[in-house]
Design a protein. Structure first.
Length: 366
């Protein structure tokens, strides 16, 4: 994830905290717009209030997690799971309010879902903002499908507490379908539990889609870098082959030139001795000058010494580029593709090779 996602998540969670603070306090105390006494008495009977209290707590934890992630580059898994459970809870209130309670009210009153004193925030805006922040900007880490039961837990726990209290007539039925003296209520509660689990699983799948897409994009980004790395290696090998072939040429020329020296010495030793020595010395010096250049081969040894390792750091999730013998990273990147591109640039300018470490610990040469 990028820092932009952490910032947007932080802003959305701060908005949720402000809206929830006003709506829940006004529902409990009734200082704005007038609240009926029955709501004050039955405040903790209603799943709407309890689920929004859970969302308030989750938003507060996510604000702290976002601030930490801006420094460390990673969201805490516990904070994301708490936000997941709270998001499913409040989104269940959103669906029940709009799809069940509003159509069945007689007469239909839209204040039930858009009343500014409380229901607008509790039944509509806060659930939508919670779903938006979780699905779009809190995409790490990847969650397993078994965590779908965590999203179901709040509804199951609420039913396990409220149904016995309603049957014992300790409290009134807050929604009208927890009294099991009516046969159809069994099906309503069962449908609510099954529907909540399917909703939790759907949210989890959508949450993981950007995570998988990011991995595919990184894999595609690696392909052109591999081609460029191979091309650079081929170019680096070409001058070596030419340099190895060059030593043969001076030896052949010297052999041809040495052949006529002997007859010249036989014809006139005194006359040709001085010029031959003058000509022979530069030829021998050419051999001495040419031989060290071929045999020393400093470039390949220096290139082999420069091995750039591209690996992901555990402490902050950044991709680092560092030398094999170095203790400090040369540079840090958000993605593997950026790190590999930078390493390729170092190879082109300074020589060397690249080793890429995968997330599973495997290493490949580039």
């Amino acid at each position: 994830m990028k820092k932009r996602d952490y910032v947007i998540s932080l802003v959305l969670n701060l908005l949720i905290l402000g809206m929830e603070g006003f709506a829940l306090s006004n529902t409990l105390i009734g200082y704005a717009g007038g609240i009926e006494k029955e709501i004050l008495v039955n405040f903790f009977d209603h799943f709407t209030n309890l689920s929004n209290i859970l969302l308030t707590l989750a938003a507060l934890v996510m604000v702290i997690a976002d601030l930490v992630a801006l420094k460390k580059g990673k969201l805490a898994k516990g904070a994301v799971l708490l936000k997941y459970a709270a998001t499913i809870s409040v989104f269940v209130t959103f669906l029940i309010a709009w799809a069940v309670l509003l159509p069945t009210s007689n007469p239909i009153k839209f204040d039930f879902v858009i009343g500014w004193t409380g229901f607008l925030w509790l039944h509509t805006i806060c659930p939508v903002l919670a779903a938006l922040s979780f699905l779009a900007f809190e995409r790490e880490p990847k969650l397993k499908w078994t965590w779908s039961f965590l999203g179901l837990s709040s509804v199951v726990l609420y039913c396990a507490v409220i149904i016995p209290l309603v049957l014992a007539k300790v409290i009134d039925d807050p929604y009208g379908f927890f009294d099991f003296n009516r046969g159809m209520n069994y099906f309503i509660v069962a449908a609510a539990i099954i529907g909540t689990f399917l909703l939790a699983y759907l949210f989890l799948v959508v949450h993981n889609i950007p995570f998988r897409k990011g991995i595919k994009e990184e894999a595609k980004a690696e392909e052109p870098t591999e081609v460029s790395a191979k091309a650079s290696e081929e170019k680096a090998e070409e001058p070596e082959e030419k340099s190895e072939a060059k030593p043969e040429e001076p030896h052949q020329e010297s052999a041809k030139e040495e052949a006529p020296e002997k007859p010249v010495e036989k014809q006139a030793e005194k006359e040709t001795a001085k010029p031959q020595s003058k000509k022979a010395t530069p030829k021998k010096e050419v051999k001495k000058d040419a031989a060290p250049k071929v045999e020393a081969k400093p470039a390949p040894n220096d290139a082999d010494a420069r091995i750039y390792h591209v690996a992901k750091r555990d402490k902050d999730g950044k991709w680092q580029v560092k030398l094999a013998k170095g203790d400090v990273a040369i540079k840090l990147f958000d993605t593997q593709a950026e790190a590999i591109d930078y390493a390729n640039g170092l190879v082109k300018t300074q020589g060397g090779s690249i080793r890429v470490h995968s997330l599973k610990g495997k290493m490949r040469k580039k």
